[in-house]
Design a protein around this ligand. Structure first.
Ligand code: ZN
Length: 882
């Protein structure tokens, strides 16, 4: 089905981009749909670039060609050549119409790319996934995003088996055919690239809502799912409506078709897909109900619904010229989604979550063998580049630009960008150009951020001159080399800062030449290797609060004392930096614990948190976050020879110190208060209480396992929400509680018919400590509900284990590595995209201590040697080893 590595190793390079020699102006697609065999007839109206003499070549993979005609004349075999992934046709001219008919086998498609079956043969439905290069699995076409065509799509199928027929665009008729068959036609008036094509056919139920856009268009919003879960689409429908209103208000963007369809499937490689007029969602990001969805998942549903909707402008109306520009739509859309989520919920919490994700997922990527720029220079398999770097770091770059221009300037720039590029396939230069032009500034210096991989280190030195009443901040930057880029350039790094007195007051900042000199918060831009900033009229040595709101995606190295960090943790008004001061202090405390030196940092961290815990002025959710030290992955990143089991043990010890300092009695009392207030409501305060309650329960169980387990058991039994239920179950599993088995059995029984909840049952059991987790994973694989064919299930078991339980996965004897490598080979034969993504769990192997490092290397090398691996997995394991 997919290309195997023996066929196509040579990379595709940005520098070799050429405009298409042939474009398609109009497409008519006719589908005769069936589970085992579907036939696709495509009529392409072609346009030729007069400046290029290249013959007509179309992409096509795994297609059985049944008929071919040019301008109405069937072609004889001598006038076309059909290779493994290409069709070359002689005699085509500007304005010609090429007609092909092909046969596909949806039920045999386990890669979930192109046309495939979701669910069982008896009750499942057919759907498509085309990004990035799936359309070539459906028909012959120039399958590249700079070929924009208008689509007319006609679907035909048996009415009983496929009562619902959907494609992107506006409905343009439907009717009956002979033999119990029916048809439906859709016309999309907006030219689009092939990756945005979609169809869905099967037995589905719907919920509907009427929506009127700000510019007066009546739109039908329709959400579709299998009948048994349709009741769980209401939350997503509300989120969709909120997203549409928000995009009208924040960016002046209106929806542009008469219908907007959204479909849920349990069989999906990614989170969701923004197909024009017909979004398709992994059910995990669409279905929600109080009985089976956690608070975090509710927020994720809201965010992903918004993300896909926002793509209608940032991605669809303005699309990407080529896949190197992927962040043009993804980084920008993640940024828009983050703004929306911040507006709907708590801005500081959202910022904390986003930065935590960046540090957990993107920083390690940028520091490891798979490091690549936000705009990569080359790739072998584009599906391997839907990464945290393209998405999350890409969003940080847009955030820097928006900060540089200010709210109004950024909006002006975005208006210009949408207007100038509407209906076009654009580049990052177009984006920076439009933002800059609308504000008369040159943003091209920011292109270096897009071209250069690696996380910059920002160093801050400070110097106070009491006689001159001057405070000097010396900022310097250095970006460590990455595999394909040993040398790095200096970047423009915006540093938002404030200075605090030792009483916790913010000082006015007098900085010569700065337009906002005199404010208590300023942004300075470091755009050289090193630069000095002199603040005047400072009466006593201040405490700097740097990189406020995380104003640039860098690693800040400063030398604040524990007392200074504690001061910021207590007084900073920037919620993000307050949390950040706590994180930095926790890292100092962790290192003190490990090195066994002075206790100062440990005491400072514990005292500061105990005070915040006692004084009740901090929001519950923020308090829970502040009381959580950086995760094990982040701590491992700081080491050259990491031993994940010891990191886990030290981190646990650090939290035990905190729990002791707060005291068992105070924790228990807070737990009781929070437990009394327990309800299943979704408002912010209730969610915040659950978050803090979970944290407190975890701390209690560190001090007294038996007591924690008793509370968790009760919480499990009485939980009015999945959040509380799962938090309790997690404590039982992680502490190896005698009550765990009963609770797990109960959970499995209760949710056996709910795949998303059952995923949590798999996931939570991968979090047992040490070798016990390996035993659990081996046992869970044999559970009748486990299958390598379902991406969510694979990620719930192997993904959760390898990524979220380092101490369990990284067994010194290498047994964990070997198990994962074996499964990757099996999975690759079914679904190369999911296998390649899971393989990135090996990313940090070079920074393990020597024994584990050797074991990991051996397991990856053995995998690399297997014959017939996909191009996807080959690219990942090869980069990993080089
Ligand atoms: Zn996206």
């Amino acid at each position: 089905m997919n290309a195997r590595n023996d066929q196509s190793p040579s990379p595709i390079r940005l520098s070799e981009y050429r405009a298409p020699a042939w474009r398609v102006e109009r497409v008519e697609l006719d589908f005769d749909l069936g589970i085992d065999a579907s036939e696709v007839t495509a009529r392409l109206r072609l346009r030729r670039d007069p400046a290029q003499q290249t013959p007509l070549r179309l992409d096509g993979e795994g297609l059985e060609l049944l008929a071919i005609a040019l301008d109405g004349q069937p072609l004889d075999p001598g006038s076309y050549r059909h290779g493994d992934n290409q069709l070359e046709v002689d005699g085509a001219q500007d304005g010609s119409v090429l007609e092909t008919r092909v046969r596909l086998q949806p039920a045999a498609n386990t890669a979930l790319e192109g046309l495939y079956l979701s669910g069982s043969r008896e009750t499942g439905f057919l759907l498509t996934q085309c990004e990035a290069e799936g359309f070539r699995h459906i028909t012959f076409f120039p399958d590249r995003p700079d070929v924009l065509a208008s689509y007319t799509v006609t679907l035909r199928a048996d009415r009983k088996r496929f009562p619902v027929l959907l494609a992107g665009g506006n409905p343009e008729g439907a009717g009956e055919l002979e033999d119990g068959r029916h048809w439906a036609r859709f016309v999309d008036p907006h030219p689009k690239p092939s990756y945005l094509f979609a169809l869905v056919a099967g037995r589905l139920e719907k919920i509907e809502r009427d929506y009127v856009t700000a510019d007066g268009r009546a739109v039908k919003l329709v959400m579709w799912s299998e009948a048994n879960v349709i009741d769980r689409c209401h939350y997503a429908m509300d989120a969709l409506e909120r997203s549409m209103r928000w995009d009208e208000q924040a960016y002046g963007r209106n929806y542009d078709l008469d219908v907007f369809h959204v479909v849920a499937t349990h069989d999906f490689n990614m989170g969701a897909m923004e197909n024009k007029g017909l979004n398709i969602f992994n059910a995990k990001y669409l279905l929600a109900d109080p009985d089976s969805t956690t608070d975090d998942e509710y927020r994720a549903v809201e965010a992903v619904v918004a993300h896909e909707y926002f793509h209608n402008w940032s991605g669809n109306r303005v699309t990407c010229r080529d896949w190197f520009q992927l962040s043009l739509k993804e980084g920008l859309t993640v940024f828009r989604e983050q703004q929306f989520s911040a507006d709907m919920n708590s801005p500081p919490l959202k910022r904390i979550e986003d930065v935590a994700l960046l540090r957990r997922a993107q920083f390690p990527e940028d520091a490891g063998p798979l490091a690549h720029p936000v705009r990569p220079a080359q790739y072998s398999e584009i599906n391997n580049f839907y990464t945290a770097t393209v998405y999350e770091k890409g969003s940080e770059l847009v955030r820097m630009l928006s900060g540089r221009l200010g709210t109004d300037g950024f909006r002006r720039g975005m208006d210009r960008y949408f207007e100038a590029n509407d209906g076009r396939a654009a580049t990052l230069e177009d984006f920076l150009g439009a933002l800059g032009d609308a504000n008369q500034v040159d943003l091209l210096p920011y292109l270096v951020w897009y071209a250069q991989a690696g996380t910059p280190r920002l160093k801050a030195r400070r110097d106070y001159d009491a006689a001159r009443r001057e405070f000097t901040l010396t900022l310097s930057q250095h970006t460590p080399g990455t595999p394909s880029q040993p040398e790095k350039h200096a970047l423009p790094i915006p540093v938002k800062l404030a200075l605090f007195t030792h009483e916790g007051r913010m000082l006015p900042l007098h900085l010569d030449g700065h337009p906002r000199s005199g404010d208590t918060e300023l942004v300075v831009v470091l755009d050289k290797a090193e630069q000095r900033f002199v603040f005047r009229e400072i009466d006593a040595e201040p405490v700097p609060s740097l990189l406020r709101g995380f104003s640039a995606p860098v690693i800040l190295e400063s030398h604040d004392t524990p007392a200074e960090l504690a001061l910021l943790l207590r007084h900073d008004v920037d919620g993000f930096n307050r949390w950040e001061a706590g994180q930095q202090l926790a890292i100092r405390a962790y290192e003190a614990l490990r090195e066994g030196g002075s206790d100062a940092a440990i005491v400072a961290w514990c005292d500061a948190l105990a005070a915040l815990f006692a004084d009740g002025n901090v929001d519950d959710a923020l308090l829970a976050e502040v009381m959580t030290p950086p995760g094990e992955v982040e701590l491992a990143e700081r080491e050259r020879e990491a031993d994940p089991e010891r990191i886990h043990a030290w981190r646990q010890e650090l939290q035990r110190r905190l729990a002791t300092r707060i005291s068992a009695a105070a924790l228990l009392q807070r737990y009781r208060t929070l437990a009394q207030a327990t309800n299943g409501q979704l408002d912010a305060a209730s969610q915040a209480q659950r978050r803090l309650k979970r944290r407190v329960l975890e701390l209690i169980s560190l001090l007294d396992a038996a007591q924690g387990q008793a509370l968790a058991t009760l919480q499990y039994e009485e939980a009015p929400s999945m959040t509380d239920r799962l938090a309790a179950l997690s404590v039982l599993v992680r502490t190896d509680a005698p009550q765990a088995a009963t609770a797990l059995a109960h959970f499995r029984d209760r949710y056996v018919d709910n795949p998303l909840a059952l995923d949590k049952w798999f996931n939570v059991q991968t979090q047992r400590r040490g070798a016990a987790s390996l035993a659990s994973v081996r046992e869970l694989e044999r559970d009748p509900a486990f299958t390598l064919k379902n991406p969510n299930r694979v990620n719930a078991l192997f993904g959760a284990w390898a990524r979220s339980n380092p101490a369990g996965f990284h067994q010194a004897d290498g047994a964990g590595y070997r198990l994962l490598a074996e499964r990757l080979a099996q999975l690759d034969a079914l679904n190369p995209q999911v296998a390649a993504r899971l393989a990135t769990a090996f990313n940090g192997w070079r920074r393990l201590e020597p024994v584990r490092r050797a074991q990991a290397q051996a397991a990856i090398a053995a995998l690399a040697e297997q014959a017939g691996l996909s191009r996807n997995l080959t690219e990942i394991v090869q980069s990993m080893l080089h």
